[in-house]
Write a protein that binds this ligand. Structure first.
Ligand code: 1CP
Length: 354
């Protein structure tokens, strides 16, 4: 018997398993973020990592969009950069700038990364997940998540966001062996981190490879696909060994249109589709594959007026088809997205007859 309240809305889990839900489900990447006035108010009182590291605060922010909207999932409030932090790197969240790692990773300080005990240093995420599962009272399932190895490697070497990721890509060309050592280390930590989240109550997990778009098929095949495959395989194995219920896994490899078909063979149940991919391309690429899809409205479509937005959502769903579809944006929501548009987006999706 589960130690958590019974789940009342399993639409997203059903679609992930290839079953038919009663209504077309929707959640929104970065739904617990800066476009919500209640979050901005909260941020005036608390620093970003204080929220992440205090289960009661992380839980409160996770619930904000669930109280406001009829979403079909919650996602735990955290960040992909908690892993570099747990490995011993300093990560600052600078207002208006984003994440900054003042001492980026180099071949000289690589040996300082401390993977021993890294996942236990992330225990606060597990505690936030457990608390949130109780506070959700089974209303919707709770997502856990992690950054993918390549995306984390990018932030660690660049020291923050980058327009080109040329420093991180330099490792791939100039020192591939060291790059593989780093990707291996990250993969190991990510596997244990996701399993820890599942043990603490995450009902579905997403791997964000937001920086996939900086690579080509050749690089992605060498430096990403094998690690992504290891993550899904090992997480599923470990979950079985621990006698836990199987949890669907979502991969969001932003901009990796060049290997969409290959992504379908990595063992993930759902593929996140970014907003640049056309419905025809997506369905044609995945026609014989056993995966569900998630996406893919342009986050900027939320700036359109109500009628236009409705038309765009209807058009997108018609073209993608409702079969094995979880609706989402095709990347995270922007801080200035109008909250009323989010409401329209959700209502339009839920109005479809399946
Ligand atoms: O609802 C949610 O999704 C909130 C939890 C969440 C998640 C899933 C946050 C909170 N960050 C993330 C993932 C994340 N973080 C990704 C992958 C998703 C994506 O591609 O957007 C990436 C690349 C990051 C790194 C990051 N963290 C950035 C740079 C990328 C970007 O989107 O601009 C930034 C600005 C952050 C800060 C951050 N993370 C989360 C929030 C709410 C914020 C804003 C910080 C603040 O409050 O000032």
């Amino acid at each position: 018997m589960s130690k958590f309240p019974d789940l009342k809305n399993d639409r997203i889990l059903k679609v992930a398993r290839g079953e038919k839900p009663d209504k077309l489900p929707i959640w929104i990447m970065r739904q617990a973020g800066r476009y919500l006035p209640e979050f901005m108010e909260f941020r005036e009182q608390h620093s970003f990592f204080e929220i992440c590291q205090t289960p009661e605060l992380a839980c409160e922010v996770t619930l904000m969009p669930i109280r406001r909207y009829d979403l079909d999932a919650a996602i735990i409030f955290s960040d992909i950069l908690v892993i570099p932090q747990a490995l011993g790197m300093t990560v600052e969240m600078r207002p208006g700038v984003g994440p900054v790692l003042p001492e980026p990773l180099t071949s000289d300080n690589f040996h300082k990364l401390n993977k021993n005990g890294a996942v236990s240093r992330l225990k606060y995420v597990g505690e936030a997940i457990t608390l949130t599962r109780h506070k959700l009272e089974g209303k919707v399932p709770l997502f856990g998540f992690s950054g993918a190895p390549w995306t984390l490697m990018g932030y660690m070497i660049e020291g923050g966001g980058s327009k080109t990721l040329s420093k991180a890509k330099k490792w791939l060309y100039k020192d591939p062996e060291l790059a593989h050592l780093l990707l291996d280390l990250l993969t190991e930590v990510i596997v244990d981190y996701l399993v820890m989240q599942i043990e603490h109550g995450a009902q579905i997990v997403q791997v964000f490879d937001s920086s996939a778009e900086y690579l080509n098929k050749n690089l992605y095949t060498k430096f990403c696909l094998p690690y992504l495959k290891q993550i899904s395989t090992k997480v599923k194995e470990k979950v079985k060994q621990l006698n836990l219920e199987e949890v669907p896994m979502v991969l969001f490899a932003k901009g990796a249109y060049f290997c969409l078909e290959d992504q379908a063979d990595l063992g993930y149940d759902v593929l996140g589709i970014d907003w640049t991919m056309s419905p025809d391309f997506v369905r044609a690429s995945l026609k014989d594959k056993n995966v569900s899809i998630q996406g893919n409205l342009d986050p900027c479509a939320l700036y359109a007026n109500k009628d236009e937005l409705k038309n765009m959502v209807v058009d997108m769903v018609r073209k993608l088809g409702t079969d094995r579809l979880i609706v989402n944006l095709g990347h995270g929501i922007y801080p200035d997205a109008p909250t009323a548009s989010v409401q329209t987006f959700i209502e339009t999706v839920h109005s479809f007859n399946l």
